[in-house]
Each structure stands twice: as C-alpha cells, then as structure tokens.
Ligand binder design. Structure first.
Ligand code: HEM
Length: 395
C-alpha cells in the first residue's frame, strides 16, 4: 500500500499523491477503505448524496471513549438540514460582509506589531489571532476567553485524525479538550440565555430554550464544529498560502501590483495546498463511480489535496497562479471547501478574512521572507499545516 499518510511526507504529500494517482482511480487504503486520489471521482462522490458522511466517526474513532459531540458535519438529512438551517443565516455572504471592518482592523493591528518586531512567527502571531478573533466575535465569546478557546480547539483538531494514529497522551488531551469545551460553552449558553446579545450563541440559546428543535448535544456539537472548523483550517490556509507566495516572488509581486487579485488568490491557495486534506464517505446504496461499483457500507477516503492537483482537471497543477480563478479562463472548482450537501458553511468567512490578510500583506509589507524552508509541520493529517513559520518583514 502507498503510505500517503507517512509523517515523512507531511511537509510535501504531493509527491506521494502523484504516485497514488498513477496507481489507479481507486487504491486500497487503511481501515478497509479505498483511497480516491483523482478529481473526477472525488467530485462525483462528494456531489452524490448516496455517499454518507455520518459514518466517519465510527470509521476513524472506533475506540473513542469520549464522543466528539454530534455536529451536522457528520449527519445526513433530515437532522443535517435542520441543524445547518439554524446557523446558515449567520454565514451568508451579506452577513459576513458586515464583519469586514473587524477583519481589516485585526489585520492592520497584527501587521503593525509584526513590522515593529521585524521577525515574527507567521502562524502564532498572524494566522492564529485573525480567524480566532473573527469566529469568537461572531459567536460572542469575550476577548478574555479567546486563549482558552484556542487551547480547546487545538486539542480537538488533533483528535480529528484517526484514533489509531494518536498517542495515549493525544487521546487524553482530546478528552480533556472536549470536556473543557462542553463546560465552557455550556456555561456561556446559559449566560447568554439570561442576558441575550446580538451574537450567534444568544441566537442558538434562544432556539434551544424554545423547545424541541435543538438538543443539548446538538447545541454543543454545532458550536464545536463552528469553532474547530472555523479556526484551525483558516490558520493553515493563511500559513500554506503565504508560504506559497514567498516561494514564488513573481506571484507576490503580481499581488502587490493588483491587490484585487487577493480574492482569486485565496481560491488558488485553497486549490494548491488545502488545509483539509482528506474526508471520508460511506456508500448507503449500490453506486458506480468511473466504472467501479461500490456496495452499501463500503467506505472511501476522498483525497482532496490530491484531487486538487490532478493534471486531468487542472493545467500546471503544481504551480501557484493567483489569477487562475480571476475569470480569464474556464477552470474546475477546487474541492478544498468540499462540494454538495456538506459544502463548507464558512466559505464566505474564509474568503473575507483570508482575502483581507493577503491584501494587508501585499499593500503594507515591502518584503516578507521565510527564515526556515521547509518549516516544521504539525503531525495532523485531516487538518494539515505548519507548527511555525518564522518570517522577516519590512514595511
Ligand atoms: C480555510 C478554511 C476552511 C476550509 C479549508 C474548510 C473546509 C471544509 C470542508 C472540506 C468541508 C466539507 C467536509 C466534508 O464534506 O466532508 C467543510 C465543511 C464545513 N465547514 Fe469549513 N472550512 C474552512 C473554514 C470554515 C469556517 C471559517 C467555518 C465556520 C465558521 C467553517 C464551517 C464549516 C462547517 C459548519 C462545515 C459543515 C457543513 C455541513 O456539513 O453542512 N469552515 N469545511
């Protein structure tokens, strides 16, 4: 079996993905799954509701002594529809647009501090605080508690990897983080129910109080997915994206000359080095994909990072071309934010906050250079990214 999950590949899994794509459309994977490395097959599977995401928890976390609270990411209709519907209004492009001034202010403040310091860790000092502040603000978590939320979220994000790959200490840290999360957010929901404000926790607390549309587990599961998905992934998109820009100074110059390329650049960075590298699906009925028939219960690992570099779907797939999605040519959608029923709820927020981050970097920094390349990566597979990215900046 090709071990595309070998930690040795963490800084660059794309070589292994190429070998995988050349090995076939479907390749035997771990835990009795088939790996799906190509674009057409991955997109077909994600788009077809015959493939369920509800079994992922049993597949990856069979021995879990603490259930990651049920979130709609791992549900199917009708529960998925009901729960996603409760929060989707908070994430429309128009609602999210209202947060742009906050994103700009946070980016400016972080760049001021980076310029004053001269050398910073882009992950710790820039990529973490921006999405953390944005999601905590939307939810209504007080600024004094952001650090605590970050700690819980990191412990849970590591725990999204298959249980078999986690050390006893990491499993224990996940249990502790989930318990802390339950206690902290349970308390916050109570506080907002007693004293509602204009935030998402107050709105969910209200729905919860009204009766039978939301159970306690569902409420906490919804908050958990918003915090973890809304934060850890975005950190890594900023890290992976800025590293790709620093490695290709011509592209960084192009962005400086035309900061309006920030938005298409976000899409291209999502395609080139997506933070969520893999997802799973299980067939609920018999289904044929590219000539292969799957029977009910068969599971696949959709290799998002590989599909996004499939030469049958993208020209020059290994190159960062920040104008790829600028509208000049017809180009396939990337799969970095998923596709179909579970398409990323936070997509408008990702585009806004990472777009603002890139715009700030392009317009306010005259240089940004990595102090170590490749930088060290965290061991995480499902949500992959660097542990640090030291850079030198000048204004
Ligand atoms: C760069 C940042 C992000 C990436 C790469 C990302 C990626 C993804 C992907 C791939 C999925 C689909 C998973 C699957 O189908 O198996 C997804 C779903 C989801 N994302 Fe994101 N995401 C990002 C940011 C966010 C943000 C900022 C939020 C929220 C505030 C968010 C909330 C969600 C939720 C709630 C779902 C589940 C949707 C559903 O099941 O209907 N994500 N995301």
């Amino acid at each position: 079996m090709i071990d595309a999950f070998d930690p040795a590949w963490r800084h660059d899994p794309y070589q292994a993905y190429r070998t995988l794509r050349e090995a076939g459309l479907f390749v035997d994977g771990p835990l009795g799954t088939s790996l799906v490395p190509g674009y057409a097959e991955s997109a077909a599977i994600l788009a077809d509701p015959v493939w369920s995401h509800a079994e992922e928890s049993d597949l990856l976390h069979p021995d879990s002594d603490v259930e990651l609270p049920g979130s709609f990411l791992w549900m199917e209709p009708p529960d998925h529809t009901r729960l996603r519907g409760l929060v989707s209004r908070a994430f429309t492009p128009r609602t999210i647009e209202a947060t742009r001034p906050t994103a700009r202010r946070v980016v400016d403040g972080l760049l001021d501090a980076a310029l004053a310091a001269g050398e910073v860790d882009l992950i710790e000092d820039f990529a973490y605080p921006l999405p953390l502040t944005m999601i905590c603000d939307l939810l209504g978590v007080p600024a004094s508690e952001h650090v605590a939320v970050r700690r819980m979220s990191a412990g849970i994000a590591r725990g999204l990897d298959p249980d078999a790959l986690l050390s006893p200490a990491e499993l224990a840290a996940r249990t502790a983080a989930v318990n802390e999360f339950r206690e902290f957010f349970g308390g916050l929901v109570e506080a907002r129910r007693a004293d509602p404000r204009d935030d998402l926790i107050s709105a969910l607390g209200q729905v919860y109080a009204e009766g039978d549309r939301l159970t306690t587990t569902e409420l906490l599961g919804t908050l958990l997915i918003l915090v973890v998905a809304g934060h850890e992934t975005t950190v890594n998109l900023i890290g992976n994206g800025v590293l790709a820009l620093m490695r290709d100074p011509g592209q960084l110059d192009a962005l400086r000359k035309d900061p309006d390329l920030a938005l298409p650049a976000v899409e291209e960075m999502l395609r080139l080095d997506p933070p969520a590298q893999v997802t799973t699906r299980t067939a609920r009925g018999e289904v044929t994909v590219s000539g292969r028939t799957f029977t009910p219960g068969e599971a696949v690992i959709v290799m998002i990072g590989s599909a996004n570099r499939d030469p049958r779907a993208f020209t020059e797939p290994d190159r960062l071309r920040i104008d790829r999605y600028a509208g000049g040519e017809k180009v396939n959608r990337h799969l970095a934010l998923g596709m179909g029923l579970h398409y990323c709820l936070g997509a408008p927020l990702v585009r806004l906050e990472v777009g603002e981050a890139l715009r700030g970097i392009a317009t306010r920094l005259s240089s940004i250079t990595p102090l170590a390349d490749p930088p060290p990566y965290r061991p995480n597979i499902v949500v992959r990214g660097m542990s640090e990215l030291p850079v030198r900046v000048t204004g």
